[in-house]
Write a protein that binds this ligand. Structure first.
Ligand SMILES: [Zn+2]
Length: 226
């Protein structure tokens, strides 16, 4: 699957890559398996954690892991009556968004302590300018969305470029290669919850390639936060 990506990595002088896995709080067994695969390869991974879905047993496992931990919305609920799904979309006013994000932040601080990074990934990678304003008020220092989204300019952003779950192996190879040619940091997004054993095996192959290629520098979101 990685012919074109390998060639692009060979041809570049160096590229930074980071990995964000979303929806921690769902499908714990798959989550821990994926985190374990990153650890096996000595690669960092950042988990976007759903506050309302995190319980103490999982929180303990995450505190003991090597993963970076940050906030993924509040309950991963869609509030839009039509159009694309959003938890923090135009259907929610600023006060409602503030209440949710603050409640989620407090819950994660209580369960994760100083392992929590003040970063925010909105569910479905989408939110509004109001969300960015609220994040600044609540002392968040980094927002991570989709790379096609226009930056709000209110706080630093670290977008993701590739959704491993949605791309076929060939598409992933081609798009990852294109992103490497464009330059990094390249944000690679995983969704452990939908990863079947085949997907886990393919993810391991990808991690193996990236971990061993001399032109790849794997970064945590914390490393890349300005
Ligand atoms: Zn999500």
């Amino acid at each position: 699957m990685s012919g074109e990506l390998s060639q692009a990595l060979d041809a570049t002088e160096g590229v930074e890559v980071f990995f964000r896995d979303d929806d921690a709080g769902w499908e714990d067994a798959r989550l821990l398996e994926l985190v374990g695969r990153f650890a096996e390869h000595g690669l960092p991974v950042d988990l976007a954690v759903i506050p309302a879905e995190l319980d103490e047993p999982l929180a303990q496992r995450l505190r003991e892991s090597h993963a970076g931990l940050h906030q993924h919305g509040y309950a991963h609920t869609n509030h839009q009556l039509e159009g694309r799904k959003c938890e923090f979309g135009p259907a929610r006013d600023r006060a409602a968004q503030h209440a949710d994000i603050e409640r989620g932040q407090a819950r994660l601080q209580a369960l994760l302590g100083d392992r929590l990074d003040p970063f925010f990934t909105p569910p479905w990678n989408r939110c509004t300018r109001d969300t960015a304003e609220v994040l600044v008020e609540l002392d968040f220092v980094l927002l991570s969305r989709e790379h096609k989204a226009e930056p709000f300019g209110r706080l630093p952003e670290l977008p993701v470029h590739l959704d491993v779950a949605r791309l076929s192996p060939d598409q992933l190879d081609e798009r990852f290669a294109a992103q490497v040619r464009e330059g990094g940091p390249v944000g690679v997004m995983f969704h452990h919850g939908v990863m079947e054993p085949d997907d886990m095996a393919r993810a391991s192959e990808l991690l193996e390639l990236l971990a061993n290629h001399p032109h790849v520098t794997a970064r945590s979101m914390r490393d890349l936060c300005p």
